[in-house]
Write a protein of this length. Structure first.
Length: 471
């Protein structure tokens, strides 16, 4: 039977029979289950001679998607072009449909499809196709054709990006997914030596998948130079880029590497930090040196108004990080020259100290280290902040010796009398001078203790000795 005869069988017999009026079971649908079963049972091999519109007339519940693999080239073209399917308006759907289609085509069928596609578009009076869809079709055609030939036989080295730019000319350009797919695995090193990475990534619609960007930056041999030298032209791309390389920066374990990452490589990208990058989950793998550097940067006039996180969010992550270490306190090691500073609060919390609570303070300090840390002048200056809660300041004040108080004036003015009871003669005059200069109000009990000790201090040596004996 010729093709023309098969077409006549469908047009003059099958279609009229299944669509006749007054039939108790129009289309003979009731005895079948699903579009696939209905199509093969009632039309057999003649279904390819129907248009999708005719199939829909015969079975109102007919699904072209369910039988897409069975459709003829003409029917697939009709499916893609029909406005009801929504394929022409959806790039991802077009990619999915087209990839499933060309996987089963040989070169002759591929050429036949585009001829049919063009003819069908004319018949349906479709005058233009969205550029995003035509670009997708072009990219997928290239991906399909490349494996059929000797891979990149014309590429002789140098910049792979420039090679593709000259090859594609004005016919669009592949996105990052296709770009990575065009070169075989055994020639990946040639891709990694390509220059012009910034120009490529900043092209419109190049990065459609952040994971593919990470793949490129992981393999690209000049990633650090690219981050350091290329200007940031897109905030979205900057955030995606930072997300890719952030684990490397956080895992830096030497002071030199930390300074290189935060002061040089990422200096243009840090303003684009997002909440997920400073989360406790993300920071859990950070080295102490990288963690401290990040806290320092965020506490040094960081523009929180342009970020999607607040100082309180940063402190929440700080708290989890400092509590999660095996050692207590975390990030202190008396035998490590980079971690043996007793300015622990200044190094690890810094600007965010105003968020500390009493329970936080108690959880951070082990019994053996509390006195050591609270004798450090940098820590005391940090606690010299009216924004810190009264309960925390009270603990600090009770833990401080009178000698230390001279370096933290707000603590000096609010300290209880017990702090001054054991004040030595050498300290009394310094303490009194500081109180007179800096304190507008002082506890009467403190005044009584200081006056008594000052009177003893003024007595002649013999009287002083005699008073101390009788005391």
């Amino acid at each position: 039977m010729t093709e023309e005869q098969k077409q006549l069988v469908f047009s003059l017999f099958i279609f009229p029979f299944l669509s006749k009026d007054g039939s108790p079971d129009p289309g003979c649908v009731s005895t079948t289950s699903g579009s696939n079963d209905w199509l093969l049972t009632n039309l057999g091999s003649f279904f390819n001679y129907a248009t999708l519109t005719e199939l829909k007339i015969l079975n109102a519940n007919f699904s072209s998607v369910a039988v897409f693999g069975l459709l003829s080239i003409e029917q697939k073209a009709q499916f893609i072009l029909h406005p009801d399917t929504g394929v022409l308006g959806n790039d991802s759907m077009m990619r999915e449909v087209f990839s499933s289609m060309i996987a089963s085509f040989d070169l002759n069928q591929l050429a036949m499809f585009f001829t049919t596609f063009s003819q069908t578009a004319k018949q349906m009076n479709i005058k233009s196709i969205p550029s995003s869809i035509s670009d997708t079709i072009l990219n997928m055609m290239v991906l399909d054709l490349v494996p059929r030939f000797q891979c990149l036989s014309c590429y002789g080295g140098g910049s792979f990006y420039m090679f593709l730019k000259q090859l594609f000319l004005s016919f669009g350009f592949p996105d990052l997914i296709d770009f990575l797919s065009l070169i075989p695995d055994d020639r990946q090193t040639e891709l990694h030596l390509s220059e012009e990475l910034g120009e490529f990534l900043n092209r419109p619609n190049t990065v459609v998948n952040g994971s593919q960007l990470c793949t490129l930056l992981d393999k690209y041999s000049r990633t650090n130079q690219y981050l350091e030298m290329e200007p940031v032209l897109s905030s979205v791309l900057a955030s995606q880029t930072l997300e890719c390389v952030w684990p490397r920066a956080l895992s830096a374990s030497t002071q030199a590497d930390v300074e290189q990452w935060f002061n040089v490589i990422l200096v243009h990208y840090l303003p684009y930090l997002r909440s997920q990058l400073i989360s406790s989950t993300q920071l859990s793998g950070a080295s102490c040196l990288s963690y401290r550097k990040l806290v320092s940067i965020l506490g040094d006039n960081f523009n929180f108004s342009a970020a999607d996180f607040s100082p309180a969010d940063v402190y929440s992550s700080i708290k989890v990080y400092l509590r999660s270490g095996n050692a207590s306190p975390r990030c202190y090691n008396s035998s490590d020259p980079f971690l043996n500073s007793t300015a622990w609060f200044a190094d690890n919390i810094g600007f965010f100290i105003t968020f500390i609570t009493l329970s936080d303070l108690q959880s951070f300090l082990s019994g053996s280290m509390s006195s050591v840390f609270l004798e450090n002048s940098e820590n005391l200056q940090l606690f010299n902040n009216p924004g810190i809660s009264a309960s925390v300041l009270s603990i600090i004040q009770h833990s401080c010796t009178s000698r230390i108080l001279t370096s933290a004036l707000s603590l000096l003015c609010q300290s209880p009398a017990s702090v001054f009871v054991f004040l030595g003669d050498a300290d009394i005059q310094t303490i009194l001078t500081s109180i007179n200069i800096f304190c507008t109000e002082i506890n009467p009990e403190v005044t009584a203790v200081l006056v008594a000790k000052f009177l003893i201090y003024l007595q002649p040596p013999s009287k002083h000795w005699e008073a101390s004996v009788w005391a």
